[in-house]
Design a binder for this molecule. Structure first.
Ligand SMILES: [Fe+2]
Length: 135
């Protein structure tokens, strides 16, 4: 069973961003499945690192749109991205050092952060960017 399911309620009405969000949802589910299968810490850390790398690409896509169209809430939004990157990087460091392993708490953090961020912060830019012709 998936931990997080994509549904149209998560759409921000911008095709490129929606498909990146769908990919992030897939990556979180892959991580969860691998955790349930009892994959090694090294494998799980590798999957989380791939997710972090993709998150970096995704955040860059959004932040470039904010800059291009001068999105009024860009600073606040970008700060949320930075906080998430910092937390995920600290998980990766802790997993690598063996101080911590992937747990349901970490999975819950990832899913809750992503769904809340999409539903609140990302949806807040939808109509602004749509009005600039970004769809
Ligand atoms: Fe975002």
């Amino acid at each position: 069973m998936s931990l997080i399911m994509w549904n149209n309620g998560l759409s921000v009405n911008i095709r490129s961003v929606d498909s990146q969000h769908q990919r992030l949802v897939e990556m979180i589910n892959k991580l969860y499945d691998s955790m349930k299968k009892g994959e090694s810490n090294t494998t799980l850390t590798g999957i989380l690192s791939d997710m972090a790398a993709y998150t970096h690409i995704h955040f860059k896509t959004e932040e470039e749109l904010f800059a291009k169209y001068n999105y009024p809430q860009r600073d606040k939004h970008t700060a949320e991205h930075k906080d998430f990157v910092k937390t995920v990087n600290s998980f990766i460091e802790e997993f690598k050092s063996g101080r911590k392993t992937l747990s349901i708490d970490v999975m819950n953090f990832l899913t809750q952060w992503l769904s809340k961020h999409i539903q609140v912060s990302d949806k807040a830019y939808s109509s602004f960017l749509n009005s600039k012709g970004v769809v």
